[in-house]
Design a protein around this ligand. Structure first.
Ligand code: MG
Length: 218
């Protein structure tokens, strides 16, 4: 068995993280409007359909247009991102304790430095065989792992994500994978139904039960 777990809004309280991240900018008098305006608006993202977030460029772009102490903000951001452990949902620890490390993978989006720091500094990596970030489709990552024989094709695979688009793509490309749509009350994305997902759960405690039940039936 292998379990692929998304990071944002699944293991990590991204809603709270974003609120606190924005507070740094606010504390320097930068309005939410300005924060949003320059979030992706810097030369490397120009004419790109897939925009990559970079905190230093974000701050510097604001600095080009408003009188701010960019260095100081960058330092605050650095300190903030150093410890993201407090945003890990409590049930994530219980979840990882039930499985062996070799069966667990983090699979997150997108593959950018900011994201990788956020994950690494949360301390979660040590419970997982591997943490993979991708700016492409998560279904391709699993396909590659099967192709490289890192995971067996006939192995039972679970995929847990809070984004329905991600689940739907995974199920379409790899129908054998058991998908669980996680809709936490703290999450940023809410769906009425469960689409083509096999299961829907409200927290990782419920996911544990689903997996346990499935193992009994097998
Ligand atoms: Mg997510």
């Amino acid at each position: 068995m292998k379990i692929f777990v998304d990071f944002d809004d699944v293991l990590f309280n991204t809603r709270k993280f974003v609120i606190d991240y924005k507070k740094i900018f606010k504390s320097y008098g930068i309005s939410e409007k300005i924060y949003d305006k320059y979030y992706y608006n810097y030369p490397v993202n120009k004419n790109k359909s897939f925009k990559k977030y970079n905190s230093i460029m974000h701050v510097r772009e604001i600095g080009k247009n408003f009188p701010i102490n960019a260095r100081k903000i960058e330092k605050d951001i650095d300190n903030f991102i150093k410890n993201t452990r407090k945003y890990i949902f409590k049930d994530a620890y219980e979840f990882v304790s039930k499985y062996s490390k070799k069966d667990l993978y983090i699979i997150s989006f997108p593959k950018i430095g900011f994201q990788e720091k956020k994950i690494k500094n949360s301390g979660m990596n040590k419970y997982f065989e591997k943490s993979i970030s991708t700016s492409g489709l998560k279904s391709n990552v699993i396909r590659e792992l099967i192709k490289e024989k890192k995971i067996e094709k006939n192995e039972t695979i679970y995929f847990i994500d809070d984004r329905l688009e991600s689940i739907e793509d995974m199920k379409k490309k790899n129908p054998q994978i058991i998908t669980i749509l996680l809709g936490r009350k703290e999450g940023r994305h809410k769906y009425l139904g469960k689409g083509n997902s096999d299961y829907k759960a409200v927290n990782l405690g419920k996911v544990l039960k689903i997996i346990k039940k499935n193992l009994c039936v097998e």
